[in-house]
Design a protein around this ligand. Sequence first.
Ligand code: FE
Length: 290
Amino acid sequence: MSSSTLSTTVTAPRAVERLVVGQPTSDGAGVKLTRVLTGPLQRRLDPFLMLDAFGSDKADDYIAGFPSHPHRGFETVTYMLDGRMRHRDSAGHEGLLGPGGVQWMTAGRGVIHSELPEQEEGLMEGFQLWLNLPAKDKMRAPWYRDIPTAEIPEFEREGVKVRVIAGESHGVKGAVQREHTEPVYLDLHLEPGARFEQALPDTHNVFVYVYRGALRFDTGCTVPRERMAIFTNTPGSDGLVLTAGDEPTRAILVAGKPLGEPIAQYGPFVMNTQAELMQAVRDFQEGRLA
Ligand code: FE
């Protein structure tokens, strides 16, 4: 089913398959974060490879940032809820990511970049999602786009504000479209008790991460704050129906079409084979990623 044939009314919603608690960790030069989508879920949530949630008003938790490091073979999507981060990369791109903005970077055959806080105090909150590239695109030229908050399409309906970062929702096209994986990335702000439907092909893998309030389902299942819910790929299902609990609720919804290709990862390199990973490490060590 192509996304253009999807209705906006969901009559056969998917069920929650499982809830996932993120793992507290640190990355970069000591940034505290919660790794929500971890290695063991990469196959289940293909084409997504990682989701990190960060949020702190203690400068020590984020101030060191992510100094120069390489990537190859996938895309990184950083969504800032609060705070400012400056990006610089070896392809010559530079940008300042601010509250509500998105940075979409296609590493392709390789970039070396840094992501450093441009603030010494206050709240820093957001997400970094890694989206895999199909084998044929892993060595494509790097690409980069900063999308300021004002350029992210939004709409409101029935107590829900929807920010459409990627894909489409209720006829509103998002800031970024991608063929092959057809990602949908929404930030949902729901009033207490508000209900939201998102049409999705039954082949897409989909998860929701709740970062304020809670979601509840007709089945009696509740998804509390700081939990990821993975949804079943029920054949014949046509999407998701989400209902906020008694508090204002905010969640990101992420869906994509699986690539079904082998996944080989070594740190910041994600390829299809071990040989390609060894080549990536050699290319980095010998200065061919810059
Ligand atoms: Fe990075």
